[in-house]
Design a protein around this ligand. Sequence first.
Ligand code: PGA
Length: 251
Amino acid sequence: MRTPVIAANWKMNKTQAAARQFLADFLPRVAGLEGVELIICPPFTALAAVAEGLRGSRVGLGAQNMSEKDPGAYTGEVAGEMLVEAGCRYVILGHSERRHIYGETDQLVGAKVRTAVRHGLIPILCIGETLEEREAGQTDAVNRRQLLAGLEGLTAGEVAGAIIAYEPVWAIGTGKNCDPGEAQRTIAAVRAMVAEAFGADAAARVRIQYGGSVKPGNIGSYMAQPDIDGALVGGASLDPASFAEICAAAR
Ligand code: PGA
């Protein structure tokens, strides 16, 4: 009953010209694809070009970050209303690269999620443990802390409409994808945390993706898990053929 959702996180890759070239190759490959929600999240500078390129397609547009503030004197930041105007329906928030390279705290990520929801954007809230935390047996505790801070202040209905991406930090960009059975266990635990905090209905409806070294060759083993509703894809989303293969395998 949950529609699978596959999102491309291009990170700091692709100029406008490269983005247009990607779409020219990618869109025909997924034109007939039904039963899966597709999202592309380019860098801010390519949002307008990708919005234009996606017009008339079933692929949605997302940003990779957003300010928790309303417009004002915040040099270098981008506000929710600017993303909406650029054509975004989604925004990735709390990606581990934002948390660990740029020092975003759980509380800041929660404030960003609330701002996104206030603007009608669907947040893709990223959570996940580092290798050190996993080895110390803290995986579920870290997910709980990031999840509850990230969703703080939302109603059960707002949580039901959000997307959560479980991305173990050690699996991102390393080629060491998380064992699908373990990803299922972890994501089922996250869903149980949502049930505890926001009720069974929100938990049954919220979509939870896996992310971390997803490739055409392993997407099927994630989609076969009952609690995994799709994937957030970094490296393998940069190539139109490989991302289209992942999208097709997600139905
Ligand atoms: P990866 O990145 O697919 O390159 O591991 C995933 C992500 O960071 O969202």
